[in-house]
Design a protein around this ligand. Structure first.
Ligand SMILES: Nc1nc2c(c(CN[C@H]3C=C[C@H](O)[C@@H]3O)cn2[C@@H]2O[C@H](COP(=O)(O)O)[C@@H](O)[C@H]2O)c(=O)[nH]1
Length: 334
């Protein structure tokens, strides 16, 4: 039986969750605040290209860059506290980047040194040492899950060469400007994007990296050309470990006391566990509720922009949000 859609999965989890709750009152307040903040800052998909590490101009190379980054866009949290100078970091353009941005810095550093890290013909066949060099650290700690990243890259490269004439652009073309079709093509052809799990006996799908891959292409190409997706609104929030923190901060999502306590003590949350599914599914559902609330106020947006907005907010306010715990699940899915 194929899994529920991501939206149905999130609703099923939210309606059956034991330790996570979407707060109606919190959703209303959050929608108010986000609606105003997005309007004041004229928030749009153009924000995507403004970050110095993201490519700013759409091109075939940019699509290849986005594919590699989103194939590896997972698990940057470390056992050390976020402020610890030993945690994995990459120095690039005068900044020591950590977290997700450390990955972008690795890719840009490799390209600048002449390593064709975004070319499937290269990364499908590169040696472990050549790939490990791409992710080398400028601090004491190595990148988390290095072996898994090498395996993911090699597998994705081989599939692109075998099934899509060596370019993800062929995959986009086969999707015919449909975001849903492209997500389906990605998860059916690339095992490392198949982010689906069992929750209370039902197969639920989050497809976090498959969805953000489509969303990043849409945003970077400003919904034109290869980035034109007529059903972009069908995507949901991308269930990572950062946006749940923002949703808790704005009161749209609530954790039970036991879960909050364990997260605060950095008790690991096991991959595929009920707790992990409830945090991820609850977060997706909370963003759906915020989107509907805004819709009822006549404010049209979509889950992609809400997600980007909340992720950027969480990163910008990381100091003031540090008392709100994130969940520590070691996983290649997000
Ligand atoms: N839901 C959601 N998750 C996202 C992103 C991004 C990158 N987004 C940038 C690019 C364009 C946007 O405008 C943003 O500027 C990374 N992640 C996830 O976060 C986690 C890393 O966190 P930390 O260790 O604190 O850096 C990890 O699971 C990673 O997969 C997003 O946008 N949405």
């Amino acid at each position: 039986m194929s899994p529920l859609s991501v939206r149905e999965s999130a609703a099923f989890i939210a309606n059956n969750a034991k330790e996570v709750r979407v707060s109606e009152a919190g959703v209303c307040k959050a929608a108010d605040w986000i609606g105003r903040a997005m309007k004041e800052s004229n928030y749009s998909r153009k924000e995507w290209g403004k970050h110095q590490l993201n490519p700013s101009a759409p091109s075939e190379e940019t699509i290849a860059w986005i594919f590699v980054v989103d194939a590896l866009n997972f698990s940057f949290w470390t056992e050390r506290p976020e402020s610890d100078p030993s945690r994995y970091g990459v120095r690039w353009e005068g900044v020591l980047w950590t977290g997700y941005w450390s990955l972008c810095a690795c890719i840009n550093r490799a390209l600048a040194s002449g390593t064709p890290i975004t070319d499937p013909a290269w990364f499908a066949r590169a040696s472990d040492n050549e790939l490990a060099l791409v992710f080398r650290s400028d601090t004491a700690d190595a990148i988390p899950l290095l072996e898994e990243r090498i395996k993911v890259l090699r597998e994705c490269g081989q599939i692109l060469l075998k099934e899509f004439q060596g370019s993800f652009i062929e995959c986009i073309r086969q999707a015919g400007h449909s975001a849903t079709a492209l997500v389906r093509l990605i998860v059916s052809n690339f095992p490392c994007f198949r982010d689906a799990h069992l929750y209370q006996g039902r197969e639920v799908a989050f497809y976090k990296r498959a969805q953000i891959l489509v969303a990043d292409i849409w945003a970077c190409c400003d919904a034109q050309g290869l980035g034109q997706f007529d059903d972009i609104d069908s995507l949901t929030m991308f269930a990572d470990y950062r946006v749940p923190q923002a949703l808790i901060a704005i009161g749209a999502l609530e954790y039970g006391d036991g879960l909050w306590q364990d997260l605060s003590e950095r008790v690991p949350i096991l991959p595929g566990s009920e707790r992990e599914c409830e945090i991820r599914g609850g977060s997706i559902h909370a963003v759906e509720c915020i989107r509907q609330e805004l819709q009822e106020k006549g404010i049209h947006t979509n889950a992609v922009l809400l997600d980007f907005f909340l992720w950027d907010y969480a990163k910008r306010e990381s100091e003031s949000l540090k008392s709100i715990p994130i969940h520590h699940t070691r996983s290649i899915w997000y």
